[in-house]
Design a protein around this ligand. Structure first.
Ligand code: CTP
Ligand code: MG
Length: 565
């Protein structure tokens, strides 16, 4: 294998070019993060953009000029995106972004109720643009030309045939990994649509709960989300988001809110409240449909579909550790530009060999798989990521975060304080191969994976796979994984190492001889007729053809609950 781990200047340049393209200062100095928004800034910026935005259903993108003309009377429109949702028919929407939240609020405030429908009138950023005629307001003439309408698909996957073509036509495996990431990750519009869904919930309850915050977490915001990923949303009432003024700290108010006393225990109270919110969302919020209450889960959630955004949402009211875990993953992804493309490739590979599955069960989840990748990058001889323990040690007073249930989520939010600089120069294809080799040797039977320590620990119980939950260290993130699935993972990583080794050794890209050209990642994703069946392979993996794979809607695993387990 050593012969494969050869550094090529060309590969190094490729990822450096990638860093520059993605505005990653690591290009010059790996491990440094200067100038990039931290997680809270990233979240804050998107929350503000959501407050400046409205989504208007139109009959087609041809309505844009008229819509722009009309809506410019409420403020200056900075940008516009067109997207489609396909139900029985194709529905068209235009997301308009105003310069300020008050302009968007003016547009929303000018909306009227559809008199033909009997529903309770609700104000929300989701509107539709009716034909001219009945309107009393005469639109101002707009002196400036409308900004270009960007037609982006914020809901669906990139065209799979196109992606397949890109992977076939790439120069090497390195480029395949980068292309895969670039064309499957959640795009800017997808992120913005998710923040709008969050804002809708928050605004709906703001009258009674002005301090409530609906905050996205999970793959929608941690930078590991693919197009079509679900939105994990937490409804927070803890009001610890804004720093208190020094006066408030020094002189606590003598006026205390009367609060309704609840006699039941915390969990059943949360379940009851969620039931109530579930009804409210179901009955009143435009776009919300197929509401399901999963209240018996460790962390109760409400699931729903948003039909104007074509989005699945999991709403919880507890589990703040999941929110801070997303911050940790976001930071890891920002620290080195190889982290996300590598993780995307491994998640895609796991999907193709049926290791992950969209429905929850005894298989490994995308989140656990991501933890495996992070751990692999920590334990390298030249680590690419620091341990979480190191992040905790570097925390300052402003980094202190303790959840309502007393779980300490304190770690530094400024990675520059660590002084961590990775000297690892491995290419993405080398790392991919090393990942497969590492886990084909890993002693899952006796060892647990600890991202806090960055090294394996003795396994505290008999779970088939043990990944210490970084923020609740008595819990196992992969408790759900069965012995059979863990063994299957070991077999699949071994096969993948074998396939990739021959692909890397055979480094020259085959000449294109028509559509059937398959090499590099395509062979890794092609399940595994060509791979050698190892002697101890007792489980027959699901067979997936590359062509099938690229026809399916991507179905990464999502666990039913975002609960720490
Ligand atoms: N989470 C956690 N502990 C778990 C499961 C989830 O802390 N045992 C947190 C993680 O921050 C995770 C988030 O909850 O990112 C959402 O979980 P989930 O939706 O299962 O995973 P995602 O990372 O969002 O991935 P996917 O795209 O598959 O939804
Ligand atoms: Mg998710």
């Amino acid at each position: 294998m050593n012969s494969l781990v050869r550094r090529s200047a060309q590969q190094l340049n490729l990822w450096r070019t990638y860093c520059v393209k993605h505005n990653a200062p690591e290009a010059a100095s790996p491990g440094r993060n200067a100038g990039k928004p931290n997680y809270e800034e990233f979240i804050g910026r998107h929350q503000r953009r959501a407050q400046c935005s409205i989504v208007v259903q139109v009959s087609s993108e041809k309505s844009y000029a008229e819509l722009y003309n009309y809506c410019s009377s409420f403020g200056s429109i900075l940008g516009a995106h067109h997207y489609c949702v396909r139900q029985d028919e194709t529905l068209h929407y235009i997301l308009l972004e105003y310069a300020t939240p008050s302009e968007a609020a003016a547009a929303i405030g000018a909306g009227v109720t559809n008199g033909e429908l009997s529903g309770v009138p609700v104000r929300s950023p989701f509107l539709w643009f009716r034909a001219a005629g009945g309107g009393k307001r005469s639109p101002k003439l707009v002196p400036n030309p409308a900004p270009t309408l960007l037609s982006l698909d914020g809901t669906r996957l990139a065209d799979q045939g196109h992606l397949l073509g890109l992977l076939r036509g790439a120069a090497d495996i390195e480029e395949q990994v980068l292309q895969l990431h670039e064309h499957t990750r959640l795009n800017e519009l997808g992120v913005r649509m998710r923040f709008l869904a969050a804002l809708q919930v928050q605004q709906a309850i703001a009258g009674m709960f002005p301090a409530a915050q609906a905050q996205p977490f999970g793959s929608s915001v941690n930078g590991f989300g693919r197009m079509g990923c679900d939105l994990d949303l937490i409804l927070r009432f803890d009001n610890d988001m804004g720093a208190k003024s020094s006066l408030e700290e020094a002189v606590p108010s003598r006026l205390v809110y009367h609060t309704k006393e609840n006699l039941s225990n915390g969990r059943s109270q949360t379940q009851r409240h969620m039931e109530c919110f579930g009804d409210m969302l179901h009955l009143f919020l435009p776009g919300v449909c197929h509401v399901r209450r999963i209240l018996q889960a460790r962390v109760p959630i409400i699931k729903y579909h948003h039909e104007h955004l074509d989005l699945e949402v999991d709403l919880s009211m507890s589990n703040l550790t999941g929110f801070y875990m997303s911050e940790l993953l976001y930071m890891f992804g920002e620290m080195d530009p190889r982290v996300r493309p590598l993780t995307f490739t491994i998640r895609r590979w796991a999907q193709t060999c049926g290791l992950t599955n969209p429905s929850p069960g005894r298989w490994i989840s995308n989140f656990s798989l991501t933890c495996l990748v992070m751990f692999f990058l920590q334990q390298l001889r030249q680590p690419i990521l620091p341990t979480i323990g190191a992040l905790t040690k570097a925390a300052e007073s402003g980094d202190s975060r303790v959840t309502e249930d007393g779980i300490n989520c304190t770690f530094t939010r400024n990675v520059d304080r660590l002084g961590f600089r990775s000297r690892n120069q491995s290419s993405l294809s080398e790392l991919l191969l090393q990942f497969f080799e590492f886990y084909s040797q890993f002693d899952f039977h006796n060892r647990a994976i600890s991202l806090n320590e960055g090294k394996p620990l003795s396994k505290p119980d008999h779970s088939a796979m043990y990944i210490v939950n970084p923020l609740e260290q008595l819990l196992n993130v992969s408790k759900n994984v069965s012995l059979e699935e863990c063994e299957r993972l070991r077999i699949e990583v071994r096969n993948a190492a074998w396939v990739l080794e021959s692909e890397v050794e055979n480094a020259s890209v085959p000449e294109a001889d028509g559509q059937e050209l398959s090499w590099g990642l395509l062979n890794l994703f092609k399940h595994p007729e060509k791979a050698v069946i190892r002697p101890n392979m007792f489980f027959k993996p699901r067979m997936v053809e590359v062509s099938d794979l690229f026809e399916q809607k991507e179905a990464g695993a999502t666990s039913s609950s975002t609960a720490p387990t």
